[in-house]
Design a protein around this ligand. Structure first.
Ligand code: ADP
Length: 928
């Protein structure tokens, strides 16, 4: 406009015939000029102006001299234009703009937009208007139409508000004046609109004297409704209220819609609220599935997306809102259950699997409820479905089920085992009992025949021993199985342990003319920490079986091996027991460790046994954290390998200086023994060489002698094929005289052949296996005391006579006391008897010092038990109180009882019922 004004100001138009400047005449828009006098005298117009109105220039000019005349048909318009120009002049505003109507020649008018400039034109005689008219007819028609519609909408809006069944009011946001109230509000307030409009909203609606927080609520916006619930104290009704900011006739106003608790809307809204709460309380996902395709999810809520593992966008884009997340294998079943709900009208339930977006399979508890199209709010038949993730519960249930099944199976197995155990036990106990009772009856009936009685007593003896071992093993077994066995941790010398074990077996093997092979293989650490008794029990069980299940003349072997151990301070050992006996079938081997199990062969061959030894053995080995392995072939033989790791005792380094460099020859037909012995000799600093036969030995010894490099000693095996030990010894002595010490080694009891060997010139005996300590002790003795004194190795136990030794026997059970006394007296002892601990203490106190060589003390007794009696005796103030051997007589020979006996000051224990051999052996050990 500014430009236009500038141009207009400096522009002096060239007038055409009617006064219109030539350039303007050519313009396509209508241009007109008039004088600003009373009637707005017409000055000129361009062709476009005249043709736009339907006139020729001449016709127009002849009809109208001024605009008043031209606007004679619509004088209002002239007045409007006149007024605008007068106002502009008054304000010294020289640019003018307005929409004007232009009367047309053929009647009616058109709309035009007028841009005008007011300026002085002295030639024209004063102020003139120069105006450009553009046709805006169409625009104006539209604008008018819009205004009309707007007006109409406003009327409708007003109508709606008027007739709205709820309350509506509009109040000014700044002044709080009520601008509008609908009829319903008037009814609720009980006042006509006229009485409340213009008053403050808070006064009228709430009976307050100042604006309430709702009126000034900063959550109100123009974009959306803000909702809340409010109990109006004046009206005493609860309202659900919606507020938003609107423009009300140019004023910033607050529109409030509300309905109270008596209205249907209120109830519906409440129902919605309830439904939302219900949906929230469902512990899973909710979905509405289209009943027509049974696939499309029309709506979902709750944890639906969480359960299927999709976001809203992923669900829509990737699954197209279809329930294809269902596990393919379950779809058919799910469909059937949905159909069933449709058919019966009842809700149905199933457990189905789904696959989440991450490929995780979940188990859902699904319910379906069918709603037909007619009953549906939108006419679509659908299934409402609730899905609850029960994967964790099902997995836990499955785990518990498995655990229960396992426990049930284990209980069944244990029960079966117990039943078997009891029936086997009662059978196995009855059998020897039967023999004992039967034999006793037979003996009674044959009192006149001593041979018959002797035979019966022998059989009673055998059966009662068997019965005792059975009872011992059953008790041991049940004790081990109930976990009541404690293993002792005590220093164990392996050579001594093996010696003790062999002492038991040498006579047994000898009785069956069995060959014994006993080896120590690379045993570098001879002292370990273990439970001597239990370890011995393992070896005794294995060896007694080997002897028992090997026929006369067979061979039985024990090998102790130390393996390299990687754990510091520990040693790994193997005890290998072998035999070439009856062996076991492949079918039986897996059952060997079951209590009471016995192989068919052992039964048919009538070899006596309880079937408990191996079970006990395995339990002990397990308690030692070891393993036991069985290899056996029927008719060929068996091998048992017990592997166990022991803590090592600290070894005292022996002084081997005096043995350094001494040459020794080892002679044995077993190469392993030769190598093992050679290794030990080398470790002792000696020079070892070995040969496998007597002949070779003689040759080597003679060669060495001729080379003036005599052996310091020869270690010679007793039993060798071809040239035996005795013969070799004799030949060597014959050729070289008595110069070289010859040590005879033997796995057997050498007492029978001892004499013969001494005579032939043997210097010492060592029993197998060859432990380093044994060899070193023997050589030290040879070095220190000369050959002749080095005899009788190993140290023979002194055989004191027990004849006339006096024992105080303390036992409360009369029968037991009688038996014990009888057995002891039969062996030459003198016996004093006491019925309980207290009497024993009294008798000991009253006796002269040294009267008793030993006290045999029962444990469980009335008045005073054995532990207390031993403690009391040990505490007495007399010289023999501390030294008299007190041996516990106990029926409970378990580790804890033995420990208790020791703490009470007892020296040892003897298990009841008394086995004479063992009792005598123990007495011999303690009585000097
Ligand atoms: P038993 O008191 O019968 O010997 P065990 O528990 O010691 O009971 O052994 C169970 C069974 O294993 C034996 O009855 C026997 O059939 C078999 N058995 C054990 N050791 C041997 C062996 N060295 N040779 C052959 N069979 C054996």
């Amino acid at each position: 406009m500014g430009n236009r004004t500038e141009q207009s100001k400096g522009y002096i138009p060239q007038k055409t015939g009617n006064g219109c400047p030539a350039v303007i005449e050519m313009l396509k828009t209508g241009m007109v000029s008039c004088l600003l006098d009373e009637d707005l005298t017409f000055l000129w117009g361009n062709s476009s102006f005249f043709t736009g109105l339907g006139y020729t220039q001449e016709a127009f000019c002849s009809l109208f001299n001024n605009l008043r005349q031209y606007y004679a048909v619509i004088p209002d318009e002239f007045a409007f234009i006149r007024q605008k120009l007068t106002q502009a002049l008054k304000k010294n505003c020289f640019d003018i703009e307005m929409n004007v109507r232009l009367p047309l020649k053929e009647g009616g008018f058109s709309w035009a937009h007028l841009y005008g400039t007011i300026k002085e034109d002295t030639a024209a005689g004063g102020m003139i208007l120069l105006a450009e008219l553009t046709d805006v007819g169409e625009f104006m028609v539209k604008q008018e139409e819009q205004e009309r519609l707007c007006q109409q909408k406003l009327q409708y809006f007003q109508f709606m508000l008027d007739t709205y069944e709820g309350n509506v009011y509009v109040s000014d946001m700044d002044t709080y004046e009520l601008l509008y109230v609908n009829q319903h509000t008037c009814d609720v307030l009980g006042e006509p609109a006229i009485k409340v409009l213009g008053h403050k909203c808070y006064e009228v609606i709430q009976g307050r004297t100042s604006p309430c927080p709702f009126c000034t609520n900063n959550k109100l916006t123009e974009d959306q409704f803000y909702e809340w619930e409010f109990k109006n104290p004046v009206l005493e009704r609860t309202f659900r209220i919606k507020n938003r900011i609107i423009n009300w006739e140019g004023r910033r106003a607050r529109l409030e819609l509300s309905y109270d608790m008596f209205s249907t809307e209120y109830k519906l809204a409440k129902k919605d609220q309830e439904r939302d709460a219900l949906i929230r309380s469902v512990p899973g996902g909710l979905a509405r599935v289209d009943g027509r395709d049974m696939r499309t999810v029309l709506w979902y809520s709750g944890g639906f997306l969480d359960i299927i593992g999709y976001t809203k966008e992923q669900f829509e884009k990737e699954l197209h809102s279809q329930c294809t997340y269902a596990h393919p294998d379950d779809i058919e079943h799910v469909d059937a259950v949905m159909e069933q709900s449709k058919k019966t009208g009842e809700s149905t339930m199933l457990e189905g699997r789904i696959v989440t977006r991450d490929g995780i399979s979940k188990i859902l508890m699904l319910t379906y409820s069918y709603v037909s199209g007619e009953d549906s709010w939108d006419g679509i038949p659908s299934y409402y479905s609730v899905g609850v993730d029960v994967t964790a519960e099902r997995m836990e249930q499955a785990r518990q089920k498995r655990a229960l099944e396992d426990a049930c199976k284990a209980a069944q197995i244990a029960n079966d085992a117990k039943t078997n155990f009891l029936s086997s036990m009662s059978h196995d106990i009855r059998t020897p009992m039967n023999a004992i009772i039967g034999m006793a009856v037979i003996a009674q009936a044959n009192l006149q025949s001593p041979e018959r009685i002797q035979d019966c007593l022998n059989k009673i003896n055998v059966s009662s021993r068997h019965l005792l071992s059975l009872i011992n093993e059953v008790l041991d077994m049940s004790k081990i199985e109930s976990g009541k066995v404690d293993l002792l941790s005590e220093p164990v010398s392996l050579p001594e342990l093996i010696e003790d074990v062999m002492d038991v077996f040498r006579p047994l093997a000898a009785e069956k003319h069995q060959e014994l092979q006993i080896n120590a293989d690379h045993v570098r650490h001879e002292n370990v920490v273990s439970d001597q008794g239990r370890l011995q029990q393992v070896l005794v069980n294995l060896l007694s079986n080997a002897v028992k299940y090997t026929p006369d003349g067979g061979s039985v072997g024990l090998r102790v091996r130390e393996l390299p151990s990687f754990a510091k301070g520990r040693g790994q050992y193997e005890f290998i027991v072998t035999d070439n006996g009856i062996g076991m079938s492949e079918e039986y081997i897996p059952h060997i460790f079951e209590p009471f199990s016995r192989a068919e062969e052992s039964k048919t061959k009538q070899i006596q046994g309880t079937g408990l030894g191996m079970a006990i053995t395995q339990n002990i080995v397990r308690m030692m954290n070891g393993t036991i392995e069985v290899k056996s072939t029927l008719g060929v033989g068996s091998e048992f390998i017990v592997a166990v790791s022991f803590e090592l005792c600290e070894e005292v380094d022996e002084n081997t200086d005096e043995l350094a460099g001494l040459p020794v020859l080892v002679v044995d037909d077993d190469q392993i023994i030769c190598e093992s012995a050679a290794e030990i000799l080398d470790e002792l600093g000696m020079r070892s060489s070995w040969v496998l036969s007597g002949k070779e030995a003689v040759r080597r010894v003679v060669d060495a002698h001729e080379a003036k490099d005599d052996f310091f000693a020869v270690i010679l095996d007793w039993k060798m094929p071809e040239m035996g030990g005795l013969e070799t010894l004799k030949v060597i002595r014959k050729q070289l005289g008595m110069d070289i010490p010859i040590i005879v080694i033997s796995a057997y009891d050498y007492s029978d052949i001892e004499e013969e060997f001494w005579m032939a010139g043997a210097d010492a005996f060592i029993t197998k296996p060859l432990f380093k300590s044994k060899i070193s002790r023997t050589f030290h003795q040879i070095c220190q005391s000369g050959r002749s004194d080095a005899m009788a190795i190993p140290v023979e136990k002194a055989c004191f006579s027990l004849d006339g030794k006096r024992i105080l026997l303390v036992e409360d059970n009369q029968l037991n006391r009688e038996i014990a006394a009888e057995l002891l007296e039969m062996n030459g002892f003198l016996i004093d008897e006491a019925e309980n601990g207290q009497l024993a203490v009294d008798m000991f106190k009253a006796s002269a010092p040294g009267k008793y060589d030993c006290i045999l003390m029962d444990i469980q007794m009335p008045v005073m038990d054995g532990y207390r009696a031993a403690e009391t005796i040990r505490a007495l103030n007399r010289e023999d109180a501390g030294s008299v051997p007190i041996l516990a007589l106990t029926a409970n020979a378990f580790a804890t009882d033995i420990g208790k006996a020791h703490s009470a000051g007892m020296n040892d224990h003897v298990a009841k019922p008394i086995e004479v051999g063992r009792l005598l052996e123990t007495l011999q050990r303690w009585i000097r």
